[in-house]
Design a protein around this ligand. Structure first.
Ligand code: CU
Length: 264
């Protein structure tokens, strides 16, 4: 029985490790299209390798212990454990986790703490149960006031743009997010109700939208195309259907899109 259990543990460990090590590329993240992609993917791989080696050694160690210390008719004796060993592996695990975070924090800092490059296009991304809205400041480059009392989806005014604010009049609100290729974009995340999470896998970006906060991050998309923006925070019953799309366009196509979107 102990031999069977040990074999099962070792077998599951080796088979799952094999699939992680030799998985076809399409099982992993899709190719990246932002400046964070290369560093992000390197760090992701490093984390997988380190944790993979630890997983392999500890599971094989478990299989060995199950077999080596199986019931052979002897009398079991009480062991109090080993404090020194426990401290050692707790500290080692702590150093590893904190170390990996410190190692990778420059990616996080460059997208969030560092200011967006001058001239970046600003787009507000609003989360709402269960839809995304994107607001563009229009030709004046200024976001107008929004008033919660004026938020009314039935009349096509989900963000409550204030008609008394001149800066509001040219603001454009769209259900998809279009951006020009190779131009820095600053996303300002806001939420109308609960916590949502803005994520584009191809940008290697994921950030919560928290009610009451304006969270900023920036990116430059290097490729034209259309990619999914799912909500990555379980935000309620309709969470599964909360998604939009990022459309990266050429400069000319983007300008035309802005004109077309402003028309109505
Ligand atoms: Cu959501």
């Amino acid at each position: 029985m102990a031999l069977l259990l040990a074999l099962a543990i070792a077998g599951i460990t080796l088979i799952s490790t094999y699939y992680f090590a030799f998985a076809p590329p399409e099982w992993w993240l899709p190719p990246f299209i932002s400046e964070y992609g290369a560093a992000y993917d390197r760090h992701f791989k490093l984390t997988m390798i380190i944790t993979g080696i630890i997983f392999l050694l500890s599971q094989l160690g478990l299989a060995f212990a199950v077999f080596r210390y199986r019931d052979q008719g002897g009398k079991a004796h009480y062991s109090h454990g080993n404090n020194k060993l426990e401290v050692l592996w707790s500290v080692a695990a702590g150093i590893l986790f904190v170390g990996l975070v410190l190692w990778g924090q420059h990616i996080w800092v460059s997208a969030r703490v560092q200011a967006a490059p001058a001239g970046a296009l600003q787009v507000e991304a609003w989360g709402q149960q269960f839809v995304w809205y994107f607001r563009y400041p229009g030709p004046d480059g200024v976001f107008g006031r929004t008033v919660p009392e004026l938020m009314k989806e039935s009349i096509g005014e989900p963000l409550g743009r204030d008609p008394n604010d001149p800066a509001s009049r040219d603001d454009i609100v769209m259900p998809v997010m279009a951006v020009p290729v190779n131009r820095p974009v600053e996303v300002i995340l806001r939420s109308k109700d609960v916590i949502h999470s803005f994520a584009v896998r191809e940008l290697r970006i994921k950030q919560d939208a928290v009610p009451g906060l304006e969270t900023r991050l920036h990116f430059t998309a290097s490729q034209t195309g259309r990619w999914e923006i799912p909500c990555m925070e379980l935000c309620g019953l309709g969470h599964y259907q909360m998604r939009s799309f990022l459309e990266v366009k050429s400069d000319a196509d983007f300008e035309q899109w802005l004109i077309d979107s402003a028309a109505p």
